[in-house]
Design a protein. Structure first.
Length: 256
Protein backbone atom coordinates (compact mmCIF):
# COMPACT_ATOMS: atom_id res chain seq x y z
CA UNK A 1 0.00 0.00 0.00
CA UNK A 2 1.30 3.44 -0.82
CA UNK A 3 2.64 5.59 2.01
CA UNK A 4 1.20 9.10 2.48
CA UNK A 5 3.85 11.81 2.64
CA UNK A 6 4.16 13.75 5.89
CA UNK A 7 3.40 17.14 4.41
CA UNK A 8 2.78 20.18 6.42
CA UNK A 9 -35.82 8.54 10.25
CA UNK A 10 -36.23 4.79 9.11
CA UNK A 11 -35.47 4.40 5.41
CA UNK A 12 -37.93 2.66 3.05
CA UNK A 13 -35.66 -0.36 2.70
CA UNK A 14 -32.67 -1.16 4.85
CA UNK A 15 -30.29 -3.93 5.78
CA UNK A 16 -27.89 -4.29 8.67
CA UNK A 17 -24.83 -6.47 8.11
CA UNK A 18 -23.91 -8.29 11.30
CA UNK A 19 -20.38 -8.38 12.67
CA UNK A 20 -18.23 -11.49 13.09
CA UNK A 21 -17.21 -14.15 10.55
CA UNK A 22 -15.65 -17.60 10.55
CA UNK A 23 -12.26 -18.00 8.85
CA UNK A 24 -13.72 -19.85 5.86
CA UNK A 25 -16.27 -17.08 5.38
CA UNK A 26 -13.51 -14.46 5.41
CA UNK A 27 -11.67 -16.39 2.68
CA UNK A 28 -14.86 -16.62 0.61
CA UNK A 29 -15.48 -12.90 1.04
CA UNK A 30 -11.97 -12.08 -0.17
CA UNK A 31 -12.42 -14.32 -3.21
CA UNK A 32 -15.68 -12.57 -4.16
CA UNK A 33 -14.54 -9.05 -3.21
CA UNK A 34 -14.28 -7.65 -6.75
CA UNK A 35 -17.63 -9.09 -7.81
CA UNK A 36 -19.37 -7.60 -4.76
CA UNK A 37 -17.55 -4.29 -5.26
CA UNK A 38 -18.73 -3.98 -8.85
CA UNK A 39 -22.29 -5.06 -8.01
CA UNK A 40 -22.91 -3.12 -4.78
CA UNK A 41 -20.43 -0.24 -4.94
CA UNK A 42 -18.97 -1.22 -1.57
CA UNK A 43 -17.48 -4.13 0.34
CA UNK A 44 -18.04 -4.76 4.04
CA UNK A 45 -15.47 -6.77 5.97
CA UNK A 46 -17.29 -7.50 9.26
CA UNK A 47 -14.26 -9.27 10.70
CA UNK A 48 -11.18 -7.87 12.50
CA UNK A 49 -8.35 -7.58 9.95
CA UNK A 50 -6.11 -5.33 12.07
CA UNK A 51 -4.21 -6.36 15.25
CA UNK A 52 -6.06 -5.57 18.50
CA UNK A 53 -2.91 -4.04 20.01
CA UNK A 54 -2.59 -1.61 17.07
CA UNK A 55 -6.27 -0.68 17.33
CA UNK A 56 -5.89 0.08 21.03
CA UNK A 57 -2.81 2.24 20.42
CA UNK A 58 -4.48 4.00 17.48
CA UNK A 59 -7.61 4.73 19.50
CA UNK A 60 -5.48 6.31 22.23
CA UNK A 61 -3.58 8.26 19.58
CA UNK A 62 -6.82 9.58 18.11
CA UNK A 63 -7.83 10.78 21.60
CA UNK A 64 -4.51 12.59 21.88
CA UNK A 65 -4.95 14.31 18.53
CA UNK A 66 -8.51 15.37 19.42
CA UNK A 67 -7.07 16.82 22.63
CA UNK A 68 -4.59 18.86 20.58
CA UNK A 69 -1.53 16.77 21.47
CA UNK A 70 0.66 16.26 18.38
CA UNK A 71 3.42 13.70 18.90
CA UNK A 72 5.32 14.65 15.73
CA UNK A 73 5.05 18.38 16.28
CA UNK A 74 3.02 18.71 13.09
CA UNK A 75 -0.68 19.62 13.29
CA UNK A 76 -3.35 17.96 11.12
CA UNK A 77 -4.32 19.92 8.00
CA UNK A 78 -7.79 20.75 9.30
CA UNK A 79 -9.23 20.51 12.81
CA UNK A 80 -13.03 20.60 12.91
CA UNK A 81 -13.37 20.32 16.69
CA UNK A 82 -11.26 21.53 19.62
CA UNK A 83 -11.41 20.88 23.39
CA UNK A 84 -13.97 23.10 25.04
CA UNK A 85 -16.33 23.12 22.06
CA UNK A 86 -19.71 21.36 21.94
CA UNK A 87 -19.13 17.80 23.21
CA UNK A 88 -22.13 16.51 21.21
CA UNK A 89 -20.90 17.79 17.85
CA UNK A 90 -19.26 15.62 15.19
CA UNK A 91 -15.47 15.73 15.43
CA UNK A 92 -13.75 15.78 12.02
CA UNK A 93 -9.98 16.09 11.70
CA UNK A 94 -8.23 15.85 8.31
CA UNK A 95 -4.80 14.24 7.86
CA UNK A 96 -4.37 13.15 11.52
CA UNK A 97 -1.51 10.86 10.45
CA UNK A 98 0.71 13.94 10.22
CA UNK A 99 0.43 14.45 13.97
CA UNK A 100 1.01 10.95 15.33
CA UNK A 101 3.22 8.01 14.32
CA UNK A 102 0.73 5.39 15.55
CA UNK A 103 -2.01 6.82 13.32
CA UNK A 104 0.47 6.76 10.43
CA UNK A 105 1.17 3.09 11.24
CA UNK A 106 -2.56 2.31 11.24
CA UNK A 107 -3.21 3.86 7.82
CA UNK A 108 -0.24 2.09 6.21
CA UNK A 109 -0.96 -1.39 7.57
CA UNK A 110 -0.61 -4.02 4.79
CA UNK A 111 -4.08 -5.48 5.49
CA UNK A 112 -5.71 -2.30 4.16
CA UNK A 113 -3.82 -2.58 0.89
CA UNK A 114 -4.63 -6.28 0.58
CA UNK A 115 -8.38 -5.73 0.94
CA UNK A 116 -8.33 -2.69 -1.33
CA UNK A 117 -6.48 -4.68 -4.00
CA UNK A 118 -9.05 -7.48 -3.66
CA UNK A 119 -11.77 -4.97 -4.58
CA UNK A 120 -9.82 -3.38 -7.43
CA UNK A 121 -8.90 -6.55 -9.31
CA UNK A 122 -5.70 -6.16 -11.29
CA UNK A 123 -4.41 -3.16 -9.34
CA UNK A 124 -0.61 -3.09 -9.09
CA UNK A 125 -0.47 -0.14 -6.70
CA UNK A 126 -2.77 1.19 -3.99
CA UNK A 127 -1.84 4.62 -2.65
CA UNK A 128 -3.14 6.63 0.30
CA UNK A 129 -4.49 9.99 -0.89
CA UNK A 130 -5.66 11.40 2.43
CA UNK A 131 -6.78 10.42 5.92
CA UNK A 132 -9.54 11.57 8.23
CA UNK A 133 -10.59 11.09 11.85
CA UNK A 134 -14.34 11.01 12.50
CA UNK A 135 -15.77 10.75 16.01
CA UNK A 136 -19.54 10.60 16.49
CA UNK A 137 -20.21 11.35 20.17
CA UNK A 138 -22.77 9.26 22.09
CA UNK A 139 -26.07 11.12 22.27
CA UNK A 140 -24.96 13.59 19.62
CA UNK A 141 -28.21 13.34 17.71
CA UNK A 142 -28.39 15.61 14.67
CA UNK A 143 -25.26 17.53 15.60
CA UNK A 144 -23.31 14.27 15.58
CA UNK A 145 -24.53 13.11 12.16
CA UNK A 146 -22.69 12.92 8.88
CA UNK A 147 -25.05 13.81 6.03
CA UNK A 148 -25.57 11.43 3.11
CA UNK A 149 -23.12 12.32 0.34
CA UNK A 150 -20.64 11.12 -2.27
CA UNK A 151 -16.98 11.67 -1.44
CA UNK A 152 -16.23 12.59 -5.05
CA UNK A 153 -18.38 15.72 -4.80
CA UNK A 154 -15.62 17.13 -2.60
CA UNK A 155 -12.73 15.67 -4.62
CA UNK A 156 -13.67 16.67 -8.17
CA UNK A 157 -10.94 19.33 -8.33
CA UNK A 158 -8.26 16.77 -7.47
CA UNK A 159 -9.28 13.77 -9.60
CA UNK A 160 -10.05 13.13 -13.27
CA UNK A 161 -13.48 11.62 -14.07
CA UNK A 162 -12.08 8.13 -14.72
CA UNK A 163 -9.91 8.04 -11.57
CA UNK A 164 -10.29 4.92 -9.43
CA UNK A 165 -10.60 6.71 -6.09
CA UNK A 166 -12.28 5.00 -3.15
CA UNK A 167 -12.60 5.23 0.63
CA UNK A 168 -11.77 2.74 3.39
CA UNK A 169 -13.50 3.18 6.74
CA UNK A 170 -11.75 1.53 9.69
CA UNK A 171 -13.76 0.75 12.83
CA UNK A 172 -11.51 1.43 15.83
CA UNK A 173 -14.21 0.15 18.21
CA UNK A 174 -17.25 -2.08 17.76
CA UNK A 175 -19.89 -0.19 15.76
CA UNK A 176 -23.50 -1.40 15.98
CA UNK A 177 -26.41 -0.50 13.75
CA UNK A 178 -27.62 2.02 16.34
CA UNK A 179 -24.16 3.36 17.18
CA UNK A 180 -23.36 5.68 14.29
CA UNK A 181 -22.68 2.98 11.70
CA UNK A 182 -21.88 4.18 8.20
CA UNK A 183 -24.55 3.31 5.62
CA UNK A 184 -24.52 2.83 1.84
CA UNK A 185 -27.09 2.76 -0.95
CA UNK A 186 -26.57 -0.56 -2.68
CA UNK A 187 -25.78 -0.12 -6.37
CA UNK A 188 -25.98 3.69 -6.28
CA UNK A 189 -22.56 3.98 -7.97
CA UNK A 190 -24.45 2.99 -11.14
CA UNK A 191 -27.06 5.75 -10.81
CA UNK A 192 -25.79 7.84 -13.69
CA UNK A 193 -28.81 9.84 -14.86
CA UNK A 194 -28.65 13.40 -13.58
CA UNK A 195 -24.98 13.15 -12.61
CA UNK A 196 -21.91 15.05 -13.76
CA UNK A 197 -18.87 13.57 -15.51
CA UNK A 198 -17.46 12.45 -12.15
CA UNK A 199 -20.65 10.51 -11.37
CA UNK A 200 -21.80 12.99 -8.73
CA UNK A 201 -25.60 13.09 -8.51
CA UNK A 202 -27.00 16.60 -8.96
CA UNK A 203 -30.24 18.35 -8.03
CA UNK A 204 -31.63 21.66 -9.41
CA UNK A 205 -31.20 24.75 -7.23
CA UNK A 206 -33.53 27.71 -6.77
CA UNK A 207 -31.46 29.84 -9.16
CA UNK A 208 -31.74 27.28 -11.96
CA UNK A 209 -28.26 25.86 -11.46
CA UNK A 210 -27.42 22.38 -10.15
CA UNK A 211 -25.68 21.25 -6.96
CA UNK A 212 -24.70 17.87 -5.48
CA UNK A 213 -27.69 15.97 -4.11
CA UNK A 214 -25.95 15.09 -0.84
CA UNK A 215 -24.15 17.13 1.81
CA UNK A 216 -21.64 15.76 4.34
CA UNK A 217 -22.26 18.69 6.67
CA UNK A 218 -26.07 18.57 6.69
CA UNK A 219 -28.01 17.00 9.58
CA UNK A 220 -31.19 16.60 7.49
CA UNK A 221 -30.89 12.85 6.98
CA UNK A 222 -34.61 12.41 6.34
CA UNK A 223 -34.54 15.09 3.64
CA UNK A 224 -31.57 13.36 2.02
CA UNK A 225 -33.35 10.01 2.07
CA UNK A 226 -36.48 11.43 0.47
CA UNK A 227 -34.44 13.06 -2.31
CA UNK A 228 -32.48 9.87 -2.93
CA UNK A 229 -35.62 7.70 -2.98
CA UNK A 230 -36.99 10.02 -5.69
CA UNK A 231 -33.67 9.82 -7.54
CA UNK A 232 -33.73 6.01 -7.46
CA UNK A 233 -37.32 5.84 -8.65
CA UNK A 234 -36.61 8.24 -11.52
CA UNK A 235 -33.88 5.88 -12.73
CA UNK A 236 -35.90 2.72 -12.25
CA UNK A 237 -33.62 1.65 -9.41
CA UNK A 238 -34.37 0.24 -5.96
CA UNK A 239 -33.46 2.24 -2.84
CA UNK A 240 -31.77 -0.10 -0.36
CA UNK A 241 -29.81 1.40 2.51
CA UNK A 242 -27.26 -0.92 4.09
CA UNK A 243 -26.00 -0.21 7.61
CA UNK A 244 -22.51 -1.57 8.27
CA UNK A 245 -22.23 -3.05 11.76
CA UNK A 246 -18.50 -3.67 12.19
CA UNK A 247 -16.32 -5.09 14.94
CA UNK A 248 -13.19 -3.23 15.99
CA UNK A 249 -10.72 -3.77 13.14
CA UNK A 250 -13.43 -4.34 10.53
CA UNK A 251 -13.53 -2.40 7.26
CA UNK A 252 -16.00 -0.77 4.89
CA UNK A 253 -14.59 0.00 1.43
CA UNK A 254 -16.66 2.02 -1.00
CA UNK A 255 -16.67 3.84 -4.33
CA UNK A 256 -16.10 7.58 -4.02
Amino acid sequence: MGTPERLPSTPPASTTVAAGMAAAAVDALAASAHERWERDGFLLVPHPVLPPALLARASAAMDRVMAGEYETGLPPHSVGWRPGEDELRLRKIDQPHLADDTIFELFTHPALGQWAAACCAGAETVQVYGTQLLYKPPGGGQTGHVGMHQDMQYWRNQWLPDSEAFTITIALTDVGGDGGAISFLRGSHRWTRGGDDHGVLLAPTADGDAAPLGDFFSSDLQGHREALVACAEAQGEVYEEVFAALPAGGLAIHHA
